[in-house]
Write a protein that binds this ligand. Structure first.
Ligand code: GLU
Length: 488
């Protein structure tokens, strides 16, 4: 769009003068476009980050991650394309920031540290975290700095944690620790989980989101004070981009964007509870492998992402093929007798049949929804209908419309669904009373498990939990349209 970078306003006092100065190559320093002007002229915001579940990675819908989502919104606000670069380690991340024509912003779960003062300048904070010492359950739990002595401790090279341990070593000289630039935080946690190292030090947000993958990992204690994550720009005195970033982050805090992203990316433990998170992690390792091939097979035959089916199976029975309930539903996918018959399941307690039948039923429900409900909402509606029945869901959609909300948006309909349990509302509906709150939890939990399963099948976690890489199937597993980004 721009033929040449815009020039600074203070230089632009007289057009004629500028023209002459430009021709003469004058105005010296004053003519140098600011970083912000440069990126605007180029039309892209180049951001460097780490490829990790806590920052940036690929999921079933493409690029995602807390830092990615936040940076994407910043780029959009500036009217720019986001261009992501990943650094192999923290050293090359900061080096990248200073590279000519390189990234102009680092968004990588970074905290400001004394050693980094010369490497970067930091934005206002957007996330409060606590450094936590992590150990393996079953081992003696360290409770204070002195307990770290004699343990094998590994942290990311050049990380805030390496710096923190180095500072601690001045007080506790017997302390020793190692740094590696060949690993990510998920590797450190896995190494603790598997007993390859005794301890590591990670940020509380990273632990909260990864707890569900590593059942043996436990917090020993918080080491030191809370820290704050910030974006970083190259050293120097050009504040133009940093000021924009600060203003954006302050807006994101004020309008709830940050809160939603935190809940989505770091909120597993909040949603599942600590016990739920440990239990899920255990079941992921012990139970899922027995049924994974069946989910994959059913996914292939019905063109559904197998991880969605697996998430449904977990919600229904915690992956237990002989699960039964008082209401007469049975098996891994908890089918009623009637549903089982309608989808050709002769033995509900046979996990293969149950999964296959559940997938078939889900696809039926999915295809019967009104055309007006588009993906990804269509999947969430199908799950709700699977849980509560299409009639009740239709009632809730009508009530939603009557409220002036959108009956094709899950975010709107889920607000109204609980009303089906209140007489003042259900007395006006066609199908009457229903436990309308249930499908809301059902869908929310499944989405959470689905997200986790998606993360587990990311390259950086590959091989730790689920044997094969995820098959990306077409069909309902469509890319999320841009306006749908916040089912957050
Ligand atoms: N927050 C860390 C840092 O600023 C990186 C992630 C970690 O080591 O947990 O270095």
């Amino acid at each position: 769009m721009f033929a040449r970078p815009a020039i600074r306003m203070r230089c632009a006092t007289g057009l004629l003068a500028i023209g002459i100065l430009l021709m003469l190559g004058g105005c010296g320093e004053e003519l140098k476009p600011s970083v912000l002007e440069q990126v605007k002229a180029e039309g892209e915001l180049r951001v460097i980050t780490r490829n990790s579940p806590a920052t940036y990675f690929q999921d079933r819908n493409g690029d995602t991650g807390f830092e990615y989502e936040l940076a994407k919104r910043f780029a959009t606000d500036l009217g720019l394309e986001l261009k992501i670069e990943t650094a192999d380690n923290l050293g090359s991340l900061f080096a990248g920031l200073g590279r000519p024509n390189g990234p102009v912003l680092a968004a990588a779960g970074l905290v400001e540290t004394p050693a980094r003062q010369s490497q970067a300048r930091f934005s206002v904070p957007y996330l409060e975290v606590t450094p936590q010492v992590v150990y393996r359950q079953g081992q003696p739990r360290p409770t204070k700095a002195a307990d770290l002595v004699g343990k094998r401790i590994l942290v990311l090279a050049g990380s805030s944690h390496a710096e923190q341990l180095a500072a601690l070593k001045l007080e506790v000289p017997e302390l020793s620790f190692e740094e590696s630039d060949a690993v990510e935080v998920v590797d450190l946690l896995r190494m603790v989980d598997e007993g390859q190292i005794d301890l590591t030090l990670v940020d509380s947000n990273e632990l909260a989101m990864n707890q569900v993958y590593f059942p043996n990992v436990r917090v020993a204690f918080d080491l030191g004070d809370a820290n704050r994550m910030r974006w970083a720009v190259a050293p120097g005195d050009d504040d133009s981009l940093l000021q924009e970033a600060n203003a954006f982050l302050q807006r994101a805090e004020a309008n709830g964007t940050l809160q939603r992203l935190k809940e989505r990316y770091y909120g597993h433990v909040d949603v599942l509870g600590y016990v739920g998170a440990y239990t899920f992690a255990q079941h992921l390792q012990k139970r899922l492998p027995r049924y994974e091939q069946m989910f994959r097979q059913a996914g292939r035959s019905h063109q559904v992402d197998w991880r969605l089916l697996a998430a449904m199976g977990y919600q229904e029975s915690l992956w237990q093929p002989t699960a039964t309930s008082k209401t007469g539903v049975r098996g891994l996918m908890m089918l009623t007798q009637r549903t089982a018959q309608s989808v050709g399941v002769s033995n509900r307690l046979d996990p293969k049949q149950s999964i296959e039948g559940g997938a078939r039923y889900f696809i039926q429900v999915h295809s019967q929804l009104p055309e007006s409900i588009r993906e990804p909402d269509r999947t969430w509606f199908a799950l709700a209908a699977y849980n509560i029945g299409g009639g009740h869901l239709e009632d809730a959609r009508r009530l939603t419309e009557a409220e002036g909300l959108d009956p094709n948006k899950w975010l709107d309909v889920q607000k109204i669904l609980p009303r089906l349990a209140q007489k003042q509302w259900y007395s006006k509906t066609r199908y009457g009373y229903a436990r309308g709150g249930e499908p809301v939890h059902f869908v929310r939990n499944i989405r959470r498990y689905y997200d986790i399963l998606t993360w587990v099948t990311q390259p950086q976690l590959e091989g730790t939990q689920v044997a094969e890489s995820g098959v990306h199937l077409p069909g309902i597993d469509e890319r999320r349209p841009e306006d749908e980004t916040p089912p957050l």
